[in-house]
Design a protein around this ligand. Structure first.
Ligand code: SAH
Length: 218
């Protein structure tokens, strides 16, 4: 397990990616700093690790993908815009990369994944990185994780056709949810803020995500 990386996974390669994110308009220094430090090559198969610091989505098996770094940065930045977030709910753990980024910026991260084999691998990686403030559950994220109460932030990394009502209810007042919404090929990244009375919706940009699917599988 090479945390530091060599060659195409070296610090210099990672710095180039961060530079690219800055050029694309990512401005939150907390997010840039955490992404500079987080070894993305550990979240993909070894055969793909030489591409881990390209600004591109990568396959993680089971027909799923690790999001493009720019999207991870944009979503995290949007989530943190209100200030600091203590409790975050993530739907769609996948490789655990976005989870690792969140774990370094929030007090506690609760993350849901419907495919057990992906979740198991993500758990190992987060342990290797000593990120112990992550709680995982093998569950269908459509209904969230209501037992843990309300969240300051909710980040969804797969796209439903419409925003799930159950997730809206688990957002604390003042909290925000970042979620891709819409059918394949026509998804928009949306930021929902919970107000004292009701919700405020803002469209961020067009995106491409795998669909949010019902049910759990091994
Ligand atoms: N954030 C991930 C992206 C993974 S792709 C990463 O950084 O790697 C989206 C993930 O959402 C997939 O792993 C998929 O299995 C999961 N997913 C899809 N629908 C889901 C649902 N209803 N509940 C929980 N996870 C779901």
């Amino acid at each position: 397990m090479n945390l530091a990386g060599i060659g195409m996974t070296s610090q210099r390669t990672r710095d180039r990616l961060i530079q690219r994110l800055v050029e694309q308009g990512v401005g939150d220094l907390r997010v840039l700093d955490v992404m500079r430090k987080t070894p993305r090559h550990l979240f993909v198969d070894e055969a793909l690790s030489h591409r881990a610091y390209e600004d591109t989505a990568l396959p993680i098996g089971r027909n799923q993908t690790l999001s493009q770094p720019y999207i991870v940065a944009r979503m995290t930045e949007a989530l943190l815009q209100a200030g600091t977030v203590n409790k975050v709910l993530e739907v769609g753990t996948g490789s655990g990369y976005q989870t690792a980024v969140l774990a370094q910026l929030a007090g506690r991260v609760y993350t849901l994944e419907r495919i057990r084999s992906l979740q198991d691998r993500a758990r190992q990686r987060l342990r290797q990185l000593k990120l112990y403030n992550v709680m995982m559950r093998h569950a269908d994220g459509f209904s969230g994780w209501p037992e843990e109460g309300e969240y300051d932030g909710i980040l969804v990394t797969a796209a439903p056709a419409e925003i799930p009502q159950g997730l809206l209810r688990q957002l604390a007042v003042g909290g925000r949810m970042i979620i891709p919404v819409g059918p394949d090929g026509h998804q928009l990244l949306v930021c929902v803020t919970r107000k004292e009375a009701g919700y405020n919706e803002q469209v961020l940009e067009p995106v491409r995500f795998v669909p949010l699917l019902s049910g759990i599988i091994e």
